[in-house]
Design a protein around this ligand. Structure first.
Ligand code: SF4
Length: 489
């Protein structure tokens, strides 16, 4: 283990101990949660921070944990009883830097050093002292080892924040970052970028009633805790990138009004820069209408699991012999249980969390396939994002309670005005018919609100899931492809 970088501190620990800003966050997807490099993760693990806190061992923002007695989220290294950091001496560079912060300027051209006014100490100290401290840190940022540290982990440089006072421009660091990663501005995908992605999808013509569920920002945004998403406008198209432990890939083709040829060429250049010749460079969620163009461009295009698309009226009615078993289960649930169904509210979050824990245990006890277990483990941070950001993400949720106990929840979103996507459904598996009932009611509500189709996503290659999705008789399996540059195939 390499000793951690040590930066000088300005704020006295007595001030930090009285403050409730640092290490606590209102939402699980906060862009300000700390970033740990590979070496810092090793130190944190030695300091007994759980492995699950780090989705990418080579470097990642930490996955926050729910506050035990509150509505917010905490860094998993934070001790609530003492309001201290369990790994204070080995805390990451990102935390040591605070309340200074590295960020891009507004046009995303220059790296800046700033002072975050969210730190209450700012209101007490004289600016000259802060400036002297910033000058000391700025000199350190020119040190080759520290510069290499930041260049290797560009996520240490946040996006522009208006409440951060700019103290210095960092031209050497800007140049070093551009030298390594290219001159084009790559942005972290945040909530603020959702309108831009929505507008790009509208222009692209790739988002229609029978499109893949992936042609929506929320489909990607919810995984932002596990995969770091980035985006960049290239040749008039928005290019979305996902950074996984294996490397970088495009979770969607370029999204724009024109041909994908030129933006894809540039985007693949960027992936090569990050992945070298690794086969991880690929484009996911390619719809069938783009397959001929990608093949013409020399990509090897292979099918993956399709999305299941149903007629909303079929699922709302569950009529006829072909839906006999689902209808019987719905009837059984209505007959045997006393229950209430409501729209999801933020105040349901704690109960949803408890149900997800029970549901995961029930699934594992039933011998879920190992890939399925992995998906479940990954899912909890995505569920946290939905519970916390449902209204901002325009995701609708419904819950079911039996005798006051929350026993089911579901979330979905409108892909178009006539297609509703069911993003997830979690139910107490000990209550027969609950899952079928919740799904039918979701479809009935969507139908009443104008849905012609229900998209129930793919089956993740899980045989059990495939069988239950097939049993609802899809009107269409929406083809989905992965494209890999041929030379890497
Ligand atoms: S690592 Fe320590 S200092 Fe940094 S956010 Fe977590 S608890 Fe706070």
């Amino acid at each position: 283990m390499i000793p951690p970088i040590v930066l000088p501190q300005l704020v006295p620990s007595r001030t930090c101990l009285q403050c409730d800003v640092c290490c606590r966050f209102p939402d699980p997807d906060s862009a300000l949660r700390p970033y740990f490099t590979e070496n810092e993760i090793t130190w944190a693990l030695a300091g007994s921070v759980e492995e699950t806190a780090f989705p990418n061992r080579r470097g990642s923002q930490v996955i926050l944990v729910p506050e035990p007695h509150g509505d917010g989220y905490l860094c998993p290294a934070f001790e609530t009883a003492t309001s201290t950091c369990r790994i204070y001496e080995q805390r990451p560079f990102d935390c040591q830097l605070y309340p200074l912060a590295l960020m891009w300027d507004e046009p995303h051209e220059q790296v800046l050093l700033g002072w975050d006014t969210k730190c209450p100490f700012m209101r007490e100290e004289i600016p000259a002292e802060i400036q002297r401290h910033a000058d000391r840190v700025r000199a350190l940022l020119d040190r080759p080892d520290i510069q290499d540290h930041v260049v290797a982990h560009p996520r240490l440089i946040g996006r522009f924040q208006e409440d951060v006072i700019v103290l210095a421009h960092l031209p050497r660091l800007t140049e070093a970052v551009a030298g390594q990663w290219g001159p084009m501005p790559l942005h972290r995908f945040t909530l603020d970028d959702i309108p831009h992605m929505t507008a790009s999808l509208d222009r692209s013509g790739l988002c229609g009633p029978q499109s893949l569920a992936a042609y929506s920002p929320v489909y990607h945004y919810m995984w932002n805790g596990l995969l770091a998403y980035w985006w960049m406008d290239l040749q008039g198209a928005l290019c979305l990138f996902a950074q996984s432990p294996d490397g970088w890939f495009m979770p969607l083709p370029p999204i724009g009004a024109g041909s994908i040829d030129a933006p894809l060429f540039d985007a693949m250049g960027l992936l090569r820069r990050r992945n070298g010749d690794s086969a991880v460079s690929r484009v996911e969620n390619v719809p069938s209408q783009l397959v001929p163009e990608l093949e013409r461009l020399g990509y090897r295009v292979t099918p993956k699991e399709p999305d299941y698309l149903y007629r909303a009226a079929d699922l709302a009615a569950l009529a006829g012999d072909r839906y006999k078993s689902q209808r019987a289960l719905c009837n059984r649930f209505e007959r045997e249980q006393s229950f209430e169904m409501h729209s999801y509210q933020m105040s349901d979050r704690q109960d949803c969390r408890a149900l997800l824990g029970d549901w995961s245990r029930q699934k594992q006890a039933k011998g879920l396939e190992s890939f399925g277990v992995m998906l479940l483990a990954d899912a909890s941070s995505a569920h946290e994002v939905l519970w916390s950001q449902a209204s901002v993400l325009r995701v609708t949720g419904r819950i079911v309670r039996t005798h006051g106990r929350l026993c089911a929840y579901t979330f979905g979103y409108w892909l178009t005005s006539t297609t509703f996507c069911v993003l997830l459904e979690v139910t107490d598996r000990t209550l027969p018919g609950l899952a079928q009932y919740l799904f039918r009611e979701t479809c009935r509500t969507a139908l009443a609100e104008g849905a012609e189709y229900i998209n129930a996503m793919d089956d993740a290659g899980l045989p059990g899931l495939r069988a239950s999705k097939q049993a609802y008789h899809p009107a269409l399996l929406i083809p989905n492809f992965v494209a890999v540059p041929a030379r890497e195939s």
